[in-house]
Design a protein around this ligand. Structure first.
Ligand SMILES: C[S@@+](CC[C@H](N)C(=O)[O-])C[C@H]1O[C@@H](n2cnc3c(N)ncnc32)[C@H](O)[C@@H]1O
Length: 113
């Protein structure tokens, strides 16, 4: 089963929120320590439910936050959890990121490979 298929299933079963709950205890310490300045552009690789992109906007004042995930269903769920227009979720692979060189200030990734 591909990463996309596996995590599409997780997302369609609502298990993305459970992952968020389990990972938040660790991730919050990393996110708090990231040297993000107001207005910076941040990226979460393998975003799952998208909690890190949302948190970097809320906690650190990032100007723009993106999450990329191989699973279209994860991306769909992540989009449904926020109406912040400065947070965007894209389906894609780490090997071919849809960003210009030097267009992202900070990147985060939690349990995604
Ligand atoms: C274990 S989940 C972790 C999700 C989230 N980072 C968290 O902390 O809850 C791993 C996620 O990374 C994504 N992923 C794994 N390999 C990827 C790749 N090569 N490109 C894009 N997304 C990938 C999966 O689709 C999945 O949603």
């Amino acid at each position: 089963m591909s990463v996309r298929e596996e995590f599409d299933r997780w997302a369609s079963e609502g298990r993305d929120r459970g992952m968020e709950e389990r990972h938040w205890h660790t991730a919050k310490h990393v996110l708090e320590r990231m040297p993000v300045e107001a207005g910076d552009t941040v990226l979460d690789l393998g975003c799952g439910s998208g909690y890190a992109a949302r948190a970097l906007r809320e906690i650190k004042g990032a100007g723009r936050a993106y999450g990329v995930d191989a699973s279209p269903e994860m991306v769909r769920n992540a989009r449904s959890y926020t109406d912040d227009r400065a947070v965007g979720f894209l389906q894609g692979d780490f090997e071919r990121l849809p960003f210009e060189t030097d267009s992202v200030d900070h990147a985060f990734s939690m349990k995604a490979a």
